[in-house]
Write a new protein. Structure first.
Length: 76
């Protein structure tokens, strides 16, 4: 079974389109949604394992310039 998660993201920048473009380039990202509320972007992730999801978050998503915080919500 694939590992899946929603990632709730707050941004540092007032130009979210640059962050959204970078997120769409990440292989495990299956959806990127700009939202209004306490978070700026919700990302849908899917990978083979939860360890793979963690690696994607640490190595490819959190380092993106303009991302302030992330909250990961795994689901099955």
């Amino acid at each position: 079974m694939a590992a899946r998660a929603y990632v709730l993201i707050t941004l540092e920048t007032s130009l979210p389109q640059q962050v959204v473009e970078r997120l769409n380039q990440v292989r495990s990202v299956v959806g990127v949604h700009e939202v209004i509320g306490p978070y700026d972007v919700v990302v849908e992730l899917e990978a083979d394992t939860y360890e793979d999801l963690t690696a994607v978050l640490r190595q490819q998503i959190r380092p993106i310039k303009g991302i302030r915080t992330t909250v990961t919500c795994p689901w099955m």
